[in-house]
Design a protein around this ligand. Structure first.
Ligand code: ATP
Ligand code: MG
Length: 327
């Protein structure tokens, strides 16, 4: 049986990039035959979030979001990372077989440092914790966004190093990308990759005036509607492409390409995007609000999920401890 595993950090509310690049993919994968583990990576969030209440809220928020978009907590094991402390024990085992050079090559670390984030040791060793997350459940397949591929490759390297030293202990995971490449890198308000930490994101359940304001902030230029434009040079269309049917998208593009009297301006396109976002998430947004109104039920589900996940992690940890002489 194939075991699928994925996780996402509870650092801020999930945005459209997280949805198309990760959450939606996880829910789609969870409907396939096999075993499914989906976790809320709160240990990871400590590398960036320092407010305890904010972290607690974000965990519930993310759990509610997963359930609202259709994750079935009976089929899939949904849990909070820190409820399975065995991942930290496995992290240490992996740390002892991982060279500094491997971590120094991590893109996510280099990107964050380049953006002026002062790195902690935790940020630096993050890929080891992430590898432990995968390995602790004997995962075969990890559905990921493109920016996470390198992390799974690092997990593969760590498994190889560990198994070379101690025998066939850990399972080697494979990554799986979304089939549709437009979802690999959803762009944010400024045309750069949408990211919580860059403040260029749109919360997936944003609506009404707040959504209007956010969409209004998408960067455009000052060319008038009549001026013919190459639609493929406008990243606003990349966002529209996530929501509109190809035929409708094609019509809008054609009007922009031709220009002239009655051609849509950026305001029109933004209004259409706003409507499309609201409509796409109508049901999920309502379900999300219901779930958020019952935190006790969310906590109950997470506790149950953690019990199921932990059973597996304890077995894997025991196997690894025995192999390296700790038992
Ligand atoms: P941070 O700024 O803290 O790195 P983030 O917004 O980039 O946060 P992550 O927690 O790094 O979000 O990513 C969570 C998941 O969402 C990952 O699987 C990642 O691949 C995916 N993801 C994040 N941003 C995008 C994006 N713009 N387009 C597609 N997928 C994305
Ligand atoms: Mg990121």
């Amino acid at each position: 049986m194939t075991t699928f595993l994925s996780g996402i950090q509870p650092s801020g509310r999930p945005h459209l990039g997280n949805y198309f690049g990760a959450l939606r993919q996880h829910v789609a994968a969870s409907r396939k035959a096999g075993e499914h583990f989906y976790f809320i990576a709160d240990y990871h969030s400590l590398t960036t979030v320092s407010d305890a209440d904010e972290l607690r809220d974000s965990v519930r928020d993310l759990a509610a979001t997963y359930l609202a978009i259709g994750l079935d907590p009976e089929r899939a094991i949904l849990f909070q990372q820190s409820r399975v402390p065995e991942v930290c024990e496995i992290t240490w085992l992996l740390s002892c077989v991982t060279g500094m050079g491997l971590l120094e090559r991590a893109h996510s670390y280099k990107d964050k440092v380049a953006r002026g984030i002062k790195p902690s040791v935790g940020l630096f060793t993050y890929p080891i914790l992430m590898s432990a997350d995968i390995i602790a459940y004997d995962a075969d397949v990890v559905p990921v966004g493109k920016d996470q591929v390198q992390h799974v490759e690092m997990a593969q390297d760590m498994v190889t190093h560990f198994n070379t030293r101690y025998g066939d202990v850990f399972k080697r995971p494979e990554y799986r990308l979304a089939e549709n490449a437009t979802m690999h890198k959803v762009l944010g308000l400024d045309g750069e990759k949408m990211s919580k930490s860059y403040g260029n994101d749109i919360w997936m359940f944003e609506s009404g005036k707040k959504l209007k304001k956010r969409v209004g902030q998408i960067v455009t230029d000052s060319r008038p509607p009549e001026e013919p434009k190459d639609p493929d040079g406008l990243f606003l269309f990349d966002l529209l492409a996530l929501f509109l049917e190809p035929s409708e998208l094609g019509e809008w593009k054609e009007k922009v390409r031709v220009g002239g009297e009655g051609a849509p301006g950026y305001g029109h396109l933004k209004l259409r995007l706003m409507e499309a976002i609201e409509e796409h998430f109508t049901e999920a947004r309502a379900r999300y609000s219901e779930l958020m109104a019952d935190p006790a039920e969310l906590d109950r589900l997470l506790t149950r999920g953690a019990e199921r996940a932990r059973e597996r992690a304890v077995r894997v940890r025991d196997r690894a401890y025995a192999a390296c002489g700790l038992r």
